[in-house]
Design a protein around this ligand. Structure first.
Ligand SMILES: NC(=O)c1ccc[n+]([C@@H]2O[C@H](COP(=O)([O-])OP(=O)(O)OC[C@H]3O[C@@H](n4cnc5c(N)ncnc54)[C@H](OP(=O)(O)O)[C@@H]3O)[C@@H](O)[C@H]2O)c1
Length: 256
């Protein structure tokens, strides 16, 4: 893909399901990829396990902490150079499984602190360091920013993503458009990727997989590598005239 070779990329939540797939895809395209995790040893293990497939740098990052954001960027600058690709992929999982009736104020504020405040402050620091270089930023949203969850497909004991998750993803989509407008004249593109559900059979009951698949036009859930392809496209120069866009990758689920 045009414009990924020799670029420096930073991926947040890079050891997770989609972060790993995106990191491996950018790595295989020749980018140097900073693998961010709250746990440095987890990032180091990930890099060790994947060292054959690309050039990776493990970095520590806690998006709820401004000092950690500054330290992470300094580490990438020192070890690789200025990152011109940012994939804002991390999302706080802790606390999101509380039932609706038990939600408290911090159920919302903790999630917004990580996913929105953390990523936007990180992006602003990166843009400050660009010194005129063009760059691309990709936020991970979700179809649940755009449609409500269909409760009929969840078997007993399984809950859909909670209300604060839908709200934080909608915020990521509006932040995408705001930041694209803010930084367009500096050659910084900002887009969002809007995936549908990714198959993870170890975590999803068969009944759910089957019912979810029926809701899509393609009759199946996504594979992580299919989401990674779309992320690589938005990050690359193949998308050089695409900004402020939310690219839906959902097998047609929201299109009928
Ligand atoms: N999987 C899906 O079906 C799906 C569908 C639509 C959208 N998405 C979106 O795609 C993105 C990735 O999803 P996923 O399923 O791959 O998630 P995941 O496996 O749970 O990975 C998310 C990662 O976020 C990181 N994280 C959490 N809190 C953090 C913090 N305070 N600071 C820095 N990093 C933090 C965690 O990494 P560490 O523990 O290593 O720090 C975690 O591994 C998310 O934004 C998600 O909402 C996923």
């Amino acid at each position: 893909m045009n414009g990924l070779k020799d670029r420096i990329a930073l991926i947040t939540g890079a050891t997770g399901l989609l972060g790993s797939a995106i990191a491996r895809r950018l790595g295989s395209e020749g980018a140097t990829v900073a693998i961010a995790s709250r746990s440095l040893s987890k990032a180091e293990r990930w890099v060790d396990d994947n060292k054959e497939s690309g050039k990776y740098i493990p970095v520590q990052l806690d998006l709820s902490n401004e000092q950690s954001i500054a330290d992470c960027l300094k580490c990438v600058l020192d070890r690789a150079g200025v990152p011109t690709l940012l994939v804002a992929n991390a999302s706080l999982r802790e606390g999101v499984s509380l039932p609706f009736e038990k939600l408290i104020h911090s159920s919302f504020t903790n999630l917004f602190a990580v996913d929105i405040a953390g990523h936007i402050l990180l992006a602003r620091k990166i843009v400050d360091a660009l010194d005129g270089r063009p760059a691309s930023i990709v936020f991970l949203s979700s179809i649940y920013a755009q449609v409500g969850p269909d409760r009929r497909i969840y078997p007993q004991g399984m809950s859909p993503a909670p209300v604060q998750y839908s709200a934080v993803k909608a915020a990521a989509e509006s932040a995408t458009r705001w930041l694209a407008a803010q930084w367009g004249s500096r050659g910084v593109r900002v887009n969002a990727l809007v995936p549908g559900g990714v198959a993870a059979p170890a975590r999803q009951p068969e009944e759910f997989l089957a019912r979810y698949s029926q809701k899509t036009m393609l009759g199946r859930m996504a594979r992580a590598d299919e989401v990674a392809s779309a992320a690589a496209f938005l990050a690359s120069d193949e998308a050089s005239y695409v900004t402020g866009h939310c690219l839906v990758v959902d097998g047609g689920l929201t299109a009928w």
